[in-house]
Design a protein around this ligand. Sequence first.
Ligand SMILES: *[C@@H]1O[C@H](CO)[C@@H](O)[C@H](O)[C@H]1NC(C)=O
Ligand SMILES: *[C@@H]1O[C@H](CO)[C@@H](O)[C@H](O)[C@H]1NC(C)=O
Ligand SMILES: *[C@@H]1O[C@H](CO)[C@@H](O)[C@H](O)[C@H]1NC(C)=O
Ligand SMILES: *[C@@H]1O[C@H](CO)[C@@H](O)[C@H](O)[C@H]1NC(C)=O
Ligand SMILES: *[C@@H]1O[C@H](CO)[C@@H](O)[C@H](O)[C@H]1NC(C)=O
Ligand SMILES: *[C@@H]1O[C@H](CO)[C@@H](O)[C@H](O)[C@H]1NC(C)=O
Ligand SMILES: *[C@@H]1O[C@H](CO)[C@@H](O)[C@H](O)[C@H]1NC(C)=O
Ligand SMILES: *[C@@H]1O[C@H](CO)[C@@H](O)[C@H](O)[C@H]1NC(C)=O
Ligand SMILES: *[C@@H]1O[C@H](CO)[C@@H](O)[C@H](O)[C@H]1NC(C)=O
Ligand SMILES: *[C@@H]1O[C@H](CO)[C@@H](O)[C@H](O)[C@H]1NC(C)=O
Ligand SMILES: *[C@@H]1O[C@H](CO)[C@@H](O)[C@H](O)[C@H]1NC(C)=O
Length: 369
Amino acid sequence: MMTVLGFAVWLALWCCLSLGTTTAQDPEVPANLTAVSSQTTTTSISVSWDVVGVAEEFLIYATCQHADCVNKTTSLHWNDCLEDTTATIADLTPGAFYSLAVAAQSGGQLSADSTTVMEQTDPVPPTNVTFDLANVTSLVVMWEQAEGVHDGYNLSCSSCEGERGMPLFLPDTEDRYQYDGLIRGQMYNFSIITVSGPKYSHPTEILQFIDPAPVKGISVLTTGSRNVSLEWQPPEGVYSHFIVKVTSDSGEDMVKSTSLNVTLVDLTPGTLYNFTVFTVSGDKESEGTEYGPVRTLEEPPGPVSNLTLVAPSSTMLQVSWQPPSEPNGVITSYTLRVRNSAVAEWNRTVTLVPADPTTTVSYTMMMAC
Ligand SMILES: *[C@@H]1O[C@H](CO)[C@@H](O)[C@H](O)[C@H]1NC(C)=O
Ligand SMILES: *[C@@H]1O[C@H](CO)[C@@H](O)[C@H](O)[C@H]1NC(C)=O
Ligand SMILES: *[C@@H]1O[C@H](CO)[C@@H](O)[C@H](O)[C@H]1NC(C)=O
Ligand SMILES: *[C@@H]1O[C@H](CO)[C@@H](O)[C@H](O)[C@H]1NC(C)=O
Ligand SMILES: *[C@@H]1O[C@H](CO)[C@@H](O)[C@H](O)[C@H]1NC(C)=O
Ligand SMILES: *[C@@H]1O[C@H](CO)[C@@H](O)[C@H](O)[C@H]1NC(C)=O
Ligand SMILES: *[C@@H]1O[C@H](CO)[C@@H](O)[C@H](O)[C@H]1NC(C)=O
Ligand SMILES: *[C@@H]1O[C@H](CO)[C@@H](O)[C@H](O)[C@H]1NC(C)=O
Ligand SMILES: *[C@@H]1O[C@H](CO)[C@@H](O)[C@H](O)[C@H]1NC(C)=O
Ligand SMILES: *[C@@H]1O[C@H](CO)[C@@H](O)[C@H](O)[C@H]1NC(C)=O
Ligand SMILES: *[C@@H]1O[C@H](CO)[C@@H](O)[C@H](O)[C@H]1NC(C)=O
C-alpha cells in the first residue's frame, strides 16, 4: 500500500518537474485532428488531436460560413500528465457546418493552425408545431422556423395512404402545409423534421383524430313495451363505437354500442322516448343524429294508489284516489264498482274519465238506506 502511494507522489512530482523544464521551447503544430462524430450534438462538437513537442494550452477554433451562425474559440490547458487531448466546443449553432482547427501555445508563443476538419452540428426540429382543422377532412400543420441552419423540412403522415404517406420536402420558406381528403374518424400521425445538408433532426409529432361523421338513416327494428331496437347506416369514414342517448320526460341515459344497432331495455311501457346517436372515434364524438319520439307499447296499468273512502253523511260515500305509480300508458278512464259487502255480486259500475290523468280523482256516491 505504502509503495503504491509513494509511486503516485513521485509521478506527480516528476510531471511538475518535467513541465518546468519544457516551457521554454516553441510549440509545434498539433497533428491528427479529428472530430469525434459520435459525440456531436445540436450545439457541440468534440475534437481530439495528437500533441507534438511541448504545449501549455491549446486553442480550438470553430468557424462557419453561414449567415446567423456563431464562431467559437475554446481553450484547453494542458500538461504531460493529461493523456487525453480532447475538447468539446459548446454553444454552437444547430445544423451548421463548422471548420475546426487547433493550435498549441507554450511560453507565450502560438503555433500555426493544424490542418482543418469539417463537422456539422445536428439540426433541431422546428418550434411550436401546431395544427388547425380547416374543415372536417382537411388539416393544416403549422410550425415556426427551426433554430440554426437548415435547408427545409421533411413532413410525413404515417397513416396517410399512397403518395401522401411519403415524406415530403418543403423548403425553408414554408411554414405550413395542408393535408386534404383525410378520412373522418381516422387517427393521423404527422411528423416534421428539419433537414440541413445530409442531416435530419429528431421528429416532432402530432397525433390527431379527425372528427368522425354522424350516422344516417336511423330506423326502429322492434318496439316492445319495455324495449326498443334501433339500427342505423354506417357513417362515412371509420369509428370505434356509438353512444345512444335515450331521453324521456323522466330523464336521460347513455348506452354504448359497438355495432350498427342497439336494443334499449328497461324502458317504461307507454312512454315517449327520443334517441340521439353519436359516432365516437378516439377522443372525438360526432354531432348527434336524432330520432323519435317513439312510444313504447302499453301494458295494463298498475293499481291506483292512496284509495280513501269517507262518508260525509249516512247516505253518501266519497271515494278518492291517486293515479297508479305505474300507469304503463296513458290513463283514459277509471272504472268504479260497488257492492254491498254482504252480497257477492257487484251492484253498481261507474266509468269515470278523468279531466287530468295525473291528479287525484274523487267520486261521491249517493247510497240507498
Ligand atoms: C498521427 O496518426 C498516425 C496514424 O495513427 C500516427 O502514426 C502518428 O504517430 C500520429 N502523429 C502523432 C504526432 O501522434
Ligand atoms: C466566422 O468566421 C468566418 C471565417 O473567419 C467568417 O467568414 C464569418 O463571418 C464569421 N462569422 C461571424 C458570425 O463572425
Ligand atoms: C405557437 O403558434 C400558435 C399558432 O401559430 C400561436 O398562436 C402561438 O402564439 C405560438 N406560441 C408560441 C409560444 O410561439
Ligand atoms: C375541405 O377543404 C378542401 C380544401 O380547402 C376542399 O377541397 C374540401 O372539399 C373541403 N371539404 C369539405 C367537406 O368541405
Ligand atoms: C408517428 O410517426 C413517426 C414517424 O413515422 C413514428 O416514428 C412514430 O412512432 C409514430 N407514432 C405513433 C404513436 O404512431
Ligand atoms: C426527406 O424527404 C426527401 C424528399 O421527399 C426524401 O427523399 C427523404 O428520404 C426524406 N428523408 C427522411 C428522413 O424522411
Ligand atoms: C322486448 O320486449 C318484448 C315484449 O315487449 C319481449 O318479448 C322481448 O323478449 C324483449 N326483448 C329484449 C331483448 O329484452
Ligand atoms: C323529443 O324531441 C322532440 C323534438 O325535438 C321534442 O319536441 C320532444 O319534447 C322530445 N321528447 C322527449 C320525451 O324528450
Ligand atoms: C346488430 O348488429 C350485429 C353486428 O353487426 C348483428 O350481428 C346483429 O344481427 C344485428 N342485430 C339486429 C337486430 O339487426
Ligand atoms: C300517496 O299519498 C302519500 C301521502 O299523501 C304521498 O306521499 C304519495 O306520493 C301518494 N302516492 C301517489 C302515488 O300519489
Ligand atoms: C243495488 O242494491 C240496492 C239495495 O241494496 C237495490 O235497491 C238496487 O236495485 C241494486 N241495484 C242493482 C243494479 O242491482
